[in-house]
Design a protein around this ligand. Structure first.
Ligand SMILES: C[S@@+](CC[C@H](N)C(=O)[O-])C[C@H]1O[C@@H](n2cnc3c(N)ncnc32)[C@H](O)[C@@H]1O
Length: 226
């Protein structure tokens, strides 16, 4: 992206970024943290009963979903292997201004910065139970078959009308092939065309209530192995 994203406040008081060249926000302007918690934590992460969970995020961005997952996983002492794909890593000058850690302990603040400061393209131990691999790559050309057995996919790309090349049948087919049996994919997007691509890939798809300001979201499940 040629123009630096701009920090904006959303309705729940948490920050998001606005990308002028796309005329698009990173999160819902109705509440960034509220949206992430609803879609990725409550409707995604919390529905997985495994003790050892592999997560793939499409669009690591501000690291908000990663940070919330890390905090949530600590409550239940789950082991997490988290992979985040991102084509445009944000500069620390932006990360350091985000208010996601404002009400957090100094320990959690350090963890948020560690998520950002750790090296790309290698698996890093953030805490004894949370491992992160940030991959700097373009999802549309990245060889997803190098990743496998994903339990939860957080599909958090920019909207289909802004970035249609991220929402293709080919991508959902590849994501399906690396999802474990019984694994899920969650996204804020509820468009019929997206739902149909997920179904075509093999997922069973549910329309579920969205976060405040958004009627619906999608959760796709790869059926249990027969
Ligand atoms: C809607 S934002 C969400 C970011 C992140 N999940 C967050 O909470 O901040 C979409 C993200 O996808 C990234 N992105 C855009 N094109 C991409 C591509 N071709 N491959 C991988 N990531 C991409 C953007 O840079 C941005 O960080």
């Amino acid at each position: 992206m040629s123009v630096k994203p701009e920090i904006e406040l959303t309705s729940d008081g948490s920050h998001t970024l606005f990308v002028p060249t796309l005329n698009e926000h990173y999160h819902s302007t109705n509440g960034a943290v509220q949206e992430s918690v609803h879609i990725f934590i409550n409707t995604g992460f919390q529905t997985c009963r495994k003790e050892d969970i592999k997560i793939l995020e499409v669009g690591f961005g501000t690291g908000l979903n990663t940070f919330l997952t890390l905090l949530e996983s600590q409550k239940e002492s789950k082991a997490i292997h988290y992979t985040g794909i991102e084509l445009y890593p944000l500069p620390f000058s932006i990360i350091s201004k985000l208010n996601y850690t404002d009400s957090q302990s100094s320990e959690n603040k350090s963890l948020f910065y560690k998520l950002h400061e750790c090296d790309w393209n290698e698996e890093i131990q953030i805490t004894p139970q949370f491992h992160l691999k940030k991959i700097q790559a373009d999802l549309t050309s990245f060889d997803l078959s190098s990743i496998e057995n994903i339990d939860i996919i957080y599909f958090d790309a920019f909207a289909p009308d802004k970035q249609p090349d991220m929402w293709t049948q080919e991508i959902f087919d590849k994501l399906y092939s690396i999802t474990t049996w019984g694994g899920i994919l969650v996204t804020y997007c509820a468009k019929g065309v997206v739902r149909r691509m997920m179904q075509q890939a093999g997922y069973e798809v549910e329309r579920l209530p969205g976060p405040p300001g958004k009627r619906e979201m999608l959760r796709a499940k790869k059926p249990e192995q027969k």
